[in-house]
Design a protein around this ligand. Structure first.
Ligand code: ADP
Ligand code: MG
Length: 328
């Protein structure tokens, strides 16, 4: 007999529900979840929707798919400086495939446990065709903290990015058949696209002294432009300082530059901070084992510019736009 909705939830999503959660948490199994709020904190919430064929390839390993579905939300919490406390899963599947569900729930639980973000509820529905996944992540901020807002960049702030850039976009271009891979680089690059590491610890460490932050989901230039617009400032990026993933050497320099500047799915943080904090940021990078690169400067003149060989060239912000169906 096919597994019904309730036994499916019990088998794959209930067991995990209270792993790592705060005492007093009511997780999967009641009408709604209850999460005790530590005194002196406020709630931070975000949600992402992923649709088969649009946001992920049909047939992607379910364990990676669920990892990414949660990772993109943890990345949003990180970009606010928030600490995760729990997540909810909206899952639409055309039919019940137990092997798929076991792998999917395994990937979700592994990442959820790692960041203390237990699955506390959700909804499960049958779709006509295709998989739809929507994760909501909940986090907390100390009540007196504003969070790392997009609107908080200040003139003369340094601009920083975590991690190397470019690899997920090159992997995507290869998988989509838009880019050749004669040297067989895909196996090394693919995990950067399918299993991004949300910079949760970094976001929390930046809280209190960094100004603005955003996670790079659509592309550095596009996401940084959101910060510039919200903060009413401009910026200059120093192209030679942008950290390029070391698995890209085989590709055309123009393809690499495009991927580094405009490629999406990176889930690294781009943040701004006063120059006085350079050493502190260096130490945070060291203690987290995370590459942190100073890549530019905020300035009063609006617009995004690149510093190439000491001349300034305006960069058109480009990246992924879902309604314009692709890269702009
Ligand atoms: P209701 O009909 O009251 O909305 P459901 O029968 O949909 O409740 O869900 C029963 C319980 O299982 C709830 O606690 C709900 O949060 C949880 N749940 C349902 N689907 C999921 C899922 N995909 N992931 C996690 N929890 C889920
Ligand atoms: Mg109910």
């Amino acid at each position: 007999m096919a597994l019904g909705e309730f036994s499916l939830i019990d088998r794959y999503f209930k067991r995990s529900g209270n792993v790592g959660s705060t005492p007093g948490t009511i997780g999967v199994g009641d009408d709604a979840a209850i999460l005790p709020m530590p005194p002196g904190h406020k709630l931070v919430a975000c949600k992402d929707v992923l649709i088969e064929g649009r946001h992920f390839f049909t047939g992607v390993v379910p364990d990676s798919l669920s990892h990414k579905s949660l990772a993109v939300n943890l990345s949003d919490l990180a970009a606010m400086g928030a600490k995760p406390i729990g997540c909810l899963l909206g899952l639409g599947i055309p039919s019940v495939d137990e092997a798929w569900l076991a792998s999917f729930s395994g990937g979700l639980n592994a990442l959820a446990e790692r960041w203390g973000c237990p699955l506390v509820g959700g909804d499960t529905v049958a779709t006509k065709d295709g998989i739809v996944i929507s994760v909501t992540a909940l986090g907390i901020l100390p009540y007196h903290e504003s969070g790392l807002l997009r609107s908080a960049a200040k003139v003369d702030d340094d601009i920083w990015v975590s991690g190397p850039l470019g690899a997920p976009d090159i992997a995507l271009q290869i998988l989509a058949g838009n880019l050749e891979d004669p040297q067989g680089c895909l196996p090394k690059l693919r995990p950067t696209l399918e299993r991004p590491e949300p910079r949760v610890a970094l976001g929390q460490r930046l809280l209190g002294f960094a100004h603005a932050a955003i996670d790079i989901s659509d592309g550095l230039t596009q996401d940084l432009s959101h910060v510039l617009d919200a903060s009413h400032v401009g910026a200059v990026l120093t192209l030679k300082d942008l950290p390029v993933h070391d698995g890209l050497a085989a590709f055309d320099p123009s393809a690499i530059q495009r991927a580094v500047l405009h490629g999406g799915d990176v889930y690294e943080l781009c943040f701004t901070a006063p120059a006085v904090h350079r050493q502190r940021i260096g130490l945070i990078g060291q203690s987290l084992g995370l590459q942190l690169s100073r890549v530019g400067k905020i300035r009063a003149e609006p617009g995004l510019f690149a510093n190439i060989d000491d001349s300034l060239i305006e960069i058109e912000p480009k990246g992924f736009d879902h309604f314009l169906r692709g890269e702009q």
